[in-house]
Ligand binder design. Structure first.
Ligand code: HEM
Length: 201
Protein backbone atom coordinates (compact mmCIF):
# COMPACT_ATOMS: atom_id res chain seq x y z
CA UNK A 1 0.00 0.00 0.00
CA UNK A 2 2.71 2.48 1.08
CA UNK A 3 4.95 1.34 -1.81
CA UNK A 4 2.12 2.01 -4.27
CA UNK A 5 1.62 5.49 -2.81
CA UNK A 6 5.37 6.25 -3.04
CA UNK A 7 5.39 5.11 -6.67
CA UNK A 8 2.37 7.24 -7.58
CA UNK A 9 3.78 10.30 -5.78
CA UNK A 10 7.21 9.81 -7.41
CA UNK A 11 5.64 9.74 -10.89
CA UNK A 12 3.54 12.79 -9.97
CA UNK A 13 6.65 14.75 -8.94
CA UNK A 14 8.63 13.55 -11.99
CA UNK A 15 5.82 14.73 -14.28
CA UNK A 16 5.36 18.03 -12.47
CA UNK A 17 9.04 19.09 -12.51
CA UNK A 18 9.35 19.80 -16.29
CA UNK A 19 6.21 21.94 -16.28
CA UNK A 20 7.41 23.90 -13.22
CA UNK A 21 10.80 24.32 -14.90
CA UNK A 22 9.09 25.66 -18.01
CA UNK A 23 7.03 28.19 -16.06
CA UNK A 24 10.08 29.19 -14.05
CA UNK A 25 11.84 29.89 -17.36
CA UNK A 26 8.84 31.92 -18.57
CA UNK A 27 8.67 34.01 -15.38
CA UNK A 28 12.41 34.68 -15.50
CA UNK A 29 12.33 35.56 -19.20
CA UNK A 30 14.59 32.67 -20.20
CA UNK A 31 12.51 31.39 -23.12
CA UNK A 32 14.25 33.32 -25.87
CA UNK A 33 13.12 36.03 -28.27
CA UNK A 34 9.56 34.73 -28.66
CA UNK A 35 8.61 33.35 -25.23
CA UNK A 36 4.90 32.96 -26.09
CA UNK A 37 5.65 30.69 -29.06
CA UNK A 38 8.32 28.83 -27.08
CA UNK A 39 5.78 28.17 -24.31
CA UNK A 40 3.12 26.94 -26.79
CA UNK A 41 5.67 24.62 -28.47
CA UNK A 42 7.15 23.24 -25.25
CA UNK A 43 3.74 22.58 -23.68
CA UNK A 44 2.62 20.82 -26.89
CA UNK A 45 5.75 18.66 -26.85
CA UNK A 46 5.22 17.77 -23.17
CA UNK A 47 1.57 16.87 -23.83
CA UNK A 48 2.80 14.47 -26.53
CA UNK A 49 5.54 13.05 -24.30
CA UNK A 50 3.10 12.31 -21.46
CA UNK A 51 0.81 10.68 -24.02
CA UNK A 52 3.64 8.43 -25.21
CA UNK A 53 4.58 7.63 -21.60
CA UNK A 54 0.94 6.73 -20.88
CA UNK A 55 0.83 4.42 -23.91
CA UNK A 56 4.10 2.72 -22.84
CA UNK A 57 2.65 1.47 -19.56
CA UNK A 58 0.77 -1.57 -20.91
CA UNK A 59 3.68 -2.87 -23.08
CA UNK A 60 6.02 -2.36 -20.09
CA UNK A 61 3.65 -4.35 -17.86
CA UNK A 62 3.50 -7.13 -20.44
CA UNK A 63 7.28 -7.14 -20.83
CA UNK A 64 8.18 -7.09 -17.13
CA UNK A 65 5.09 -8.58 -15.51
CA UNK A 66 5.17 -5.71 -12.95
CA UNK A 67 1.67 -4.37 -12.28
CA UNK A 68 3.03 -1.02 -11.02
CA UNK A 69 3.14 0.40 -14.55
CA UNK A 70 -0.62 0.12 -14.73
CA UNK A 71 -1.01 2.13 -11.50
CA UNK A 72 0.30 5.32 -13.10
CA UNK A 73 -1.25 4.96 -16.57
CA UNK A 74 -4.31 7.08 -15.75
CA UNK A 75 -2.14 9.70 -14.05
CA UNK A 76 0.07 10.03 -17.15
CA UNK A 77 -3.01 10.35 -19.36
CA UNK A 78 -4.24 13.16 -17.12
CA UNK A 79 -0.84 14.83 -17.30
CA UNK A 80 -1.09 14.76 -21.09
CA UNK A 81 -4.53 16.35 -20.86
CA UNK A 82 -3.27 19.00 -18.39
CA UNK A 83 -0.29 19.93 -20.58
CA UNK A 84 -2.64 19.90 -23.61
CA UNK A 85 -4.98 22.36 -21.83
CA UNK A 86 -2.06 24.62 -20.87
CA UNK A 87 -0.83 24.42 -24.49
CA UNK A 88 -4.25 25.55 -25.77
CA UNK A 89 -4.47 28.32 -23.14
CA UNK A 90 -0.97 29.53 -24.05
CA UNK A 91 -2.01 29.55 -27.73
CA UNK A 92 -5.20 31.53 -26.98
CA UNK A 93 -3.30 34.01 -24.84
CA UNK A 94 0.03 34.52 -26.64
CA UNK A 95 -0.68 33.69 -30.28
CA UNK A 96 -4.38 34.50 -30.68
CA UNK A 97 -4.44 37.28 -28.06
CA UNK A 98 -8.02 36.24 -27.10
CA UNK A 99 -9.19 37.62 -30.48
CA UNK A 100 -12.02 35.11 -30.95
CA UNK A 101 -13.07 36.89 -34.16
CA UNK A 102 -9.72 35.93 -35.71
CA UNK A 103 -10.27 32.23 -35.04
CA UNK A 104 -11.97 31.42 -38.37
CA UNK A 105 -9.16 33.14 -40.32
CA UNK A 106 -6.65 31.23 -38.17
CA UNK A 107 -8.36 27.92 -38.97
CA UNK A 108 -8.24 28.69 -42.71
CA UNK A 109 -4.58 29.74 -42.50
CA UNK A 110 -3.47 26.99 -40.10
CA UNK A 111 -5.70 23.90 -40.64
CA UNK A 112 -3.52 21.93 -38.18
CA UNK A 113 -5.32 23.81 -35.41
CA UNK A 114 -8.55 21.92 -36.25
CA UNK A 115 -6.64 18.61 -35.96
CA UNK A 116 -5.19 19.72 -32.59
CA UNK A 117 -8.64 20.79 -31.42
CA UNK A 118 -10.09 17.38 -32.33
CA UNK A 119 -7.28 15.64 -30.42
CA UNK A 120 -7.88 17.93 -27.43
CA UNK A 121 -11.65 17.25 -27.41
CA UNK A 122 -11.02 13.50 -27.48
CA UNK A 123 -8.51 13.87 -24.64
CA UNK A 124 -11.17 15.83 -22.71
CA UNK A 125 -13.65 12.99 -23.23
CA UNK A 126 -11.13 10.44 -21.94
CA UNK A 127 -10.19 12.64 -18.96
CA UNK A 128 -13.86 13.11 -18.00
CA UNK A 129 -14.53 9.38 -18.18
CA UNK A 130 -11.31 8.28 -16.50
CA UNK A 131 -12.93 7.91 -13.06
CA UNK A 132 -13.91 4.58 -11.47
CA UNK A 133 -17.54 5.72 -11.43
CA UNK A 134 -17.47 6.20 -15.24
CA UNK A 135 -15.76 2.84 -15.61
CA UNK A 136 -18.60 1.17 -13.68
CA UNK A 137 -21.26 3.17 -15.51
CA UNK A 138 -19.93 2.44 -19.01
CA UNK A 139 -19.08 -1.22 -18.35
CA UNK A 140 -17.58 -2.91 -21.43
CA UNK A 141 -18.00 0.27 -23.46
CA UNK A 142 -15.42 1.98 -21.25
CA UNK A 143 -12.59 -0.03 -22.82
CA UNK A 144 -13.94 0.65 -26.30
CA UNK A 145 -14.17 4.38 -25.57
CA UNK A 146 -10.67 4.52 -24.12
CA UNK A 147 -9.21 2.87 -27.22
CA UNK A 148 -9.73 6.36 -28.71
CA UNK A 149 -6.25 7.05 -27.34
CA UNK A 150 -4.93 5.14 -30.37
CA UNK A 151 -6.63 7.71 -32.59
CA UNK A 152 -5.48 10.69 -30.51
CA UNK A 153 -1.80 9.78 -30.99
CA UNK A 154 -1.84 9.87 -34.84
CA UNK A 155 -3.91 13.08 -34.70
CA UNK A 156 -1.33 14.76 -32.48
CA UNK A 157 1.51 13.50 -34.68
CA UNK A 158 -0.24 14.90 -37.76
CA UNK A 159 -0.86 18.20 -35.93
CA UNK A 160 2.85 18.39 -35.06
CA UNK A 161 4.07 17.38 -38.54
CA UNK A 162 2.02 20.21 -40.04
CA UNK A 163 3.71 22.67 -37.65
CA UNK A 164 7.31 21.52 -37.98
CA UNK A 165 7.17 21.04 -41.79
CA UNK A 166 10.80 20.98 -43.01
CA UNK A 167 12.43 20.50 -39.61
CA UNK A 168 11.00 17.03 -38.97
CA UNK A 169 13.91 15.28 -37.19
CA UNK A 170 12.30 15.63 -33.74
CA UNK A 171 8.92 14.70 -35.19
CA UNK A 172 10.40 11.51 -36.65
CA UNK A 173 11.69 10.44 -33.22
CA UNK A 174 8.21 10.90 -31.69
CA UNK A 175 6.57 9.16 -34.67
CA UNK A 176 8.92 6.15 -34.44
CA UNK A 177 8.21 5.68 -30.72
CA UNK A 178 4.47 6.28 -31.26
CA UNK A 179 4.39 3.88 -34.24
CA UNK A 180 6.16 1.19 -32.19
CA UNK A 181 3.68 1.63 -29.32
CA UNK A 182 0.76 1.30 -31.73
CA UNK A 183 2.25 -1.80 -33.39
CA UNK A 184 2.75 -3.37 -29.95
CA UNK A 185 -1.03 -3.29 -29.46
CA UNK A 186 -1.47 -5.88 -32.23
CA UNK A 187 -1.98 -9.19 -30.35
CA UNK A 188 0.37 -11.18 -32.62
CA UNK A 189 3.15 -8.64 -32.01
CA UNK A 190 2.42 -8.37 -28.27
CA UNK A 191 2.94 -12.12 -27.78
CA UNK A 192 6.80 -11.96 -27.81
CA UNK A 193 6.53 -9.32 -25.04
CA UNK A 194 4.97 -11.94 -22.78
CA UNK A 195 7.81 -14.30 -23.67
CA UNK A 196 10.29 -11.57 -22.63
CA UNK A 197 8.58 -11.46 -19.24
CA UNK A 198 9.45 -15.13 -18.75
CA UNK A 199 13.08 -14.34 -19.58
CA UNK A 200 13.25 -11.72 -16.74
CA UNK A 201 11.90 -14.23 -14.21
C1 HEM B 1 -7.42 23.34 -29.53
C2 HEM B 1 -6.34 22.57 -29.56
C3 HEM B 1 -4.98 22.97 -30.04
C4 HEM B 1 -4.51 24.13 -30.56
C5 HEM B 1 -5.28 25.41 -30.85
C6 HEM B 1 -3.10 23.97 -30.81
C7 HEM B 1 -2.27 24.94 -31.35
C8 HEM B 1 -0.95 24.74 -31.68
C9 HEM B 1 -0.12 25.72 -32.35
C10 HEM B 1 -0.58 27.10 -32.77
C11 HEM B 1 1.09 25.16 -32.52
C12 HEM B 1 2.30 25.77 -33.23
C13 HEM B 1 2.90 26.91 -32.50
C14 HEM B 1 3.98 27.49 -33.39
O1 HEM B 1 3.67 28.38 -34.20
O2 HEM B 1 5.12 27.04 -33.29
C15 HEM B 1 1.05 23.83 -31.97
C16 HEM B 1 2.11 22.94 -31.96
C17 HEM B 1 2.08 21.73 -31.34
N1 HEM B 1 1.02 21.16 -30.66
FE1 HEM B 1 -0.85 21.92 -30.55
N2 HEM B 1 -2.72 22.72 -30.41
C18 HEM B 1 -3.83 22.07 -29.93
C19 HEM B 1 -3.88 20.79 -29.40
C20 HEM B 1 -2.78 20.01 -29.16
C21 HEM B 1 -2.80 18.78 -28.40
C22 HEM B 1 -4.04 18.17 -27.74
C23 HEM B 1 -1.53 18.31 -28.39
C24 HEM B 1 -0.94 17.09 -27.73
C25 HEM B 1 -1.58 16.26 -26.93
C26 HEM B 1 -0.71 19.23 -29.15
C27 HEM B 1 0.63 19.09 -29.40
C28 HEM B 1 1.40 19.95 -30.16
C29 HEM B 1 2.79 19.70 -30.53
C30 HEM B 1 3.61 18.46 -30.15
C31 HEM B 1 3.21 20.82 -31.26
C32 HEM B 1 4.60 21.04 -31.89
C33 HEM B 1 5.51 21.65 -30.87
C34 HEM B 1 6.90 21.90 -31.44
O3 HEM B 1 7.01 22.52 -32.52
O4 HEM B 1 7.86 21.51 -30.77
N3 HEM B 1 -1.51 20.27 -29.59
N4 HEM B 1 -0.19 23.60 -31.46
Amino acid sequence: MIAKLYWRVSVFVLALVPLLHLFWGAINEQLGADPGKALVDSLGSWALLYLLACLSMTPLRKMTGWAGWQLVRRQLGLWSFTAGCLHVLAYLFFLLGWQWGALSAELAQRPYIAVGALAWMLLLLLALTSTRASQRWLGKNWRRLHRTIYLILPLVLLHMLWVVRADWGEWLAYALVGGLLLILRIPAVAMPLRLMRDVWK
